[in-house]
Write a protein that binds this ligand. Structure first.
Ligand code: NI
Ligand code: MN
Length: 228
């Protein structure tokens, strides 16, 4: 069993195998997170970054410096972090993995784009498969549904997937249902919705669509921790 804490947008912590994995730190500029999440209280043993867009890295440098937690990201974001004095970084690229005593993190494909907030080239966007002896999960990052997702159950049995559902910049609910089927999981935590006007969704409708497909869509409140 893992614990999932939602910090809003696509920022969340998964606690698994005794480690706190923080994904895509973005709290300060998120109006929906104000008063619900204190960025200075976020804890992390590792920080995982899917791509360079501001809505995934806005608080990355400050949280990395404060916690000292190693950052896992693509090679281009690694170079950008180094320039800002964040040196505890594990650079990686698609198909590669970093192994730790608690499990491993593998970077997989995402169909999206990536540029850092200051205009620096952000490399290719990615997703992560996290495998531990307490279970495994997949975070797609910002992406469309892709045929490549069918490879993921060949790497590991996925207990739950964290998928964007907000449409416009990423998958919508229908594509996320297809993505869950491709990765062969029936539990999905939806992220990347409601933060901005174009990605506002009807949560009830979204849950219903997943249910009709025989899947469970979990939509924790900002600041809420759930078992996954
Ligand atoms: Ni993005
Ligand atoms: Mn995004």
């Amino acid at each position: 069993m893992a614990k999932f804490t939602y910090h809003g947008h696509a920022c969340f912590t998964v606690e698994i195998a005794g480690k706190k994995l923080l994904f895509d730190p973005f709290v300060t500029p998120n109006p929906l997170a104000q008063g619900k999440v204190d960025v200075n209280q976020l804890e992390a043993d590792y920080i995982l970054v899917s791509h360079g867009h501001e809505d995934h890295v806005a608080d990355l440098v400050s949280v990395a410096k404060r916690t000292g937690a190693p950052v896992l990201c693509n090679f281009e974001i690694y170079l950008w972090l180094n320039k800002q004095g964040v040196e505890n970084v594990f650079p990686m690229n698609h198909g590669g993995k970093w192994k730790f005593d608690w499990g491993y993190v593998k970077m997989v494909n995402a169909v999206h784009s990536s540029i850092l907030p200051d205009g620096t080239y952000g490399g290719n966007p990615g997703g992560f498969v996290v495998v531990t002896n307490e279970g495994s999960f997949y975070y797609s990052g910002d992406t469309a549904v892709t045929m490549d997702m069918q490879l993921i159950p060949k790497f590991a049995k996925i207990d739950f997937a964290v998928l964007p559902i907000g449409d416009v910049f990423t998958m919508d609910v229908e594509e996320a249902i297809l993505a869950a089927q491709f990765v062969q999981t029936n539990r999905v935590v939806g992220v990347h919705y409601d933060t901005f006007d174009p990605i506002k969704i009807n949560k009830e409708e979204a849950r219903k669509r997943f249910e009709e497909a025989g899947l469970t869509l979990l939509l924790p409140e900002i600041g809420e921790t759930i078992e996954v």
